[in-house]
Design a protein around this ligand. Sequence first.
Ligand SMILES: Cc1cc2nc3c(=O)[nH]c(=O)nc-3n(C[C@H](O)[C@H](O)[C@H](O)COP(=O)(O)OP(=O)(O)OC[C@H]3O[C@@H](n4cnc5c(N)ncnc54)[C@H](O)[C@@H]3O)c2cc1C
Length: 171
Amino acid sequence: MSLILFLTGVPDVLIRTFFIVRIVDNVTLNLDQMLKAKEDSVKGLTKGIEFLFKQNKVDYIKGSGSFITPNKIKVSLLEGGETEIEAKNVVIATGSEVAPFPGGAIEIDEKQIVSSTGALELNQVPGKMVVIGGGIIGLEMGSVWSRLGAEVTVVEFLGNIGGAGIDDEIA
Ligand SMILES: Cc1cc2nc3c(=O)[nH]c(=O)nc-3n(C[C@H](O)[C@H](O)[C@H](O)COP(=O)(O)OP(=O)(O)OC[C@H]3O[C@@H](n4cnc5c(N)ncnc54)[C@H](O)[C@@H]3O)c2cc1C
């Protein structure tokens, strides 16, 4: 706050000289670069977790797991082939899936009709976008594409937006 108040009284040339502020005109979107920055962040965070696995002596098997018995898991390995692991205790932490449309009426093809995963990978800014579900993720995705120029409409069946736990007075 004090920095802003301070700077408002200073001539632009001094701000540029002493604070190394470069004022850029004609800012344009480079969506490919933006998506690459996102990919780099995801890769960096994932590698960080792999490093923590190693440090803490956690075995990491890359593949898709399924139960054969309550104590035995079959893993179809990403690199090909299979392996089996046996354990007395198993934690299932497979995350969540986007709720399908009733009766499978509309397919989420991740191109025109996308989940939040697909919404992070659109290769161009849509002219118009409808977000079904005005919870945290829907509003986050909508606000990203809206700021990039899409005309966004949110559809929500509850009387307020923001999802469970949001303050009613601001929703
Ligand atoms: C767009 C978006 C933005 C979000 N932003 C935030 C945020 O800002 N802050 C926040 O706190 N939360 C945020 N969340 C929520 C957060 O990502 C989830 O709550 C969290 O990731 C759930 O963790 P999880 O470990 O339960 O599941 P996940 O992170 O989904 O992990 C499950 C993993 O299991 C793997 N898997 C599934 N099936 C199998 C199988 N059969 N074999 C092997 N592996 C399998 C999946 O590939 C996945 O890697 C966001 C979610 C989304 C979608």
